[in-house]
Design a protein around this ligand. Sequence first.
Ligand SMILES: [Zn+2]
Length: 142
Amino acid sequence: MDTQAAQAMTDDEWKQKLTPEQYHVLREKGTEVPSTGQLLHNEAAGEYTCAACGTVLFKSDTKYESTIPGLIGWPSFADVAYDAQGQPAVILQDDDSLGMMRVEAMCRNCGSHLGHLFPDDSSPTGQHYCINSVALDFQKSE
Ligand SMILES: [Zn+2]
């Protein structure tokens, strides 16, 4: 789905396309219950795509297992995927909801909520993209 099509989608159309849990996370900025995601411990090589629009968001070579308490329980990535022009597939914005200052990670293409970005000493880049498994689909490498 291209950007124009994704941004023209109404709430009702998203509800029809997504499962109730996907809709809650992606379109209502929800958070899945920790340690429940199907992709949490996925170690296969491949690409993680946006469950809403299909854009490649993360690659398996940046997935890692964080050791920081409080950040364990969701798939962790040290970096995002970049398109052919070098643009990151994930955009960031400040999020001060729930009385916390956090950085929200969203799909650049469709604007759906994915998770948050945190500093993390156990990450190879020092950055921890803490992403809801339900916001992602996985395309295994051939
Ligand atoms: Zn998307």
